[in-house]
Design a protein around this ligand. Structure first.
Ligand SMILES: Nc1ncnc2c1ncn2[C@@H]1O[C@H](COP(=O)(O)OP(=O)(O)O)[C@@H](O)[C@H]1O
Ligand SMILES: [Mg+2]
Length: 219
C-alpha cells in the first residue's frame, strides 16, 4: 500500500505513535478522498485525505474546507463527529473511528428508532439553513448509542450571501430532497411505517444521481 509522504508526515507530527494504518476506501476520482484507519494508545481514528492529487490540490483544499465548515457549524452536536485534527495544508483531517452496524442489519424496532433520530438530525440542520445533499444509509453511522451523519462535501449553507438570494423554490427543492431521500431509504426498510410519495421533480434528480452522477463518479 502506497501512503503519500505528506500524509505520513502529518500523522507522524500529530500522532507520533500511530500504528496499523490501513486504507479503508480509495477515492476513485478527483472529488473523492482516500480514507484510512489507524490507532494509537488512546483510540482508533479515521483520516480523510486528498494528499494524492498534487496538481489539483486547490480543488481538494476547497472540498476539505467545505466539509470542515459544516463540521465547525455543528461541533458539539450529538450527530456530528468531533473534529480532532486537520492538516496545515488543508488536505486531510482526522475524526474518531466509529464501530458502527450497517443500518440495513438492524432489527425493525431499532431501525424505527434510527429513522426517528435521523429525522431529528435533518430538522436540526435545516433549522440552521443547511442542507446535506447526500442523504443515504452509508452516510449515517450508528454505533448503538449515537447516530452520526457524515460526508458533508455536498452540503449547502444557505446563509452564505450569494446563496441567500437564490429563488425560494430552488432552496425548497434542496430541503425537500433531503427529506425524500430519507423517506425513500427507510420506506424500503420499514415499509409499513414509512410512505414514499415524492413529487414529479424528484425523479429527474434521482435519475441524475443514479445514472449520470454514478457514471461520473466511476470515471
Ligand atoms: N469515522 C468513521 N468511522 C467508521 N467508518 C467510517 C467513518 N467515516 C467514514 N467511514 C466509512 O467510510 C465510508 C465512506 O465515508 P465518507 O466520508 O462518506 O466518504 P465518501 O465521500 O467516499 O462517501 C462510510 O460509508 C463508512 O462506512
Ligand atoms: Mg459517503
Amino acid at each position: 500500500m502506497h501512503i503519500p509522504s505528506a500524509l505520513q508526515a502529518f500523522l507522524y507530527k500529530n500522532y507520533p505513535h500511530y500504528q496499523g494504518l490501513q486504507l479503508v476506501k480509495k477515492g476513485d476520482n478527483l472529488f473523492q478522498a482516500d480514507l484510512y484507519r489507524f490507532h494509537n494508545e488512546k483510540g482508533e481514528y479515521l483520516v480523510k485525505s486528498y494528499h494524492r492529487w498534487t496538481c489539483f490540490a486547490w480543488l481538494s483544499r476547497h472540498l476539505i474546507r467545505r466539509e470542515l465548515h459544516f463540521y465547525s457549524c455543528f461541533q458539539g452536536y450529538s450527530f456530528m463527529l468531533p473534529l480532532l485534527c486537520k492538516s496545515k495544508d488543508s488536505l486531510a483531517f482526522v475524526v474518531p473511528w466509529v464501530h458502527h452496524t450497517p443500518i440495513k442489519r438492524l432489527c425493525s424496532e431499532e431501525c424505527a428508532g434510527v429513522f426517528f433520530r435521523a429525522r431529528k438530525v435533518i430538522s436540526t440542520i435545516h433549522a440552521r439553513k443547511i442542507t446535506h445533499g447526500d442523504i443515504r444509509l452509508k452516510n449515517f453511522l450508528y454505533n448503538g448509542e449515537h447516530l452520526y451523519l457524515i460526508d458533508w462535501v455536498t452540503s449547502v449553507d444557505w446563509n452564505r450571501s450569494l446563496l441567500r438570494k437564490m429563488p425560494a423554490p430552488l432552496k425548497r427543492m434542496f430541503y425537500r430532497t433531503d427529506w425524500y431521500r430519507l423517506e425513500k431509504m427507510f420506506s424500503k426498510l420499514l415499509p409499513r411505517q414509512v410512505d414514499f410519495h415524492p413529487p414529479w421533480w424528484y425523479y429527474p434528480g434521482a435519475f441524475f444521481r443514479k445514472n449520470i452522477y454514478r457514471w461520473f463518479k466511476k470515471d
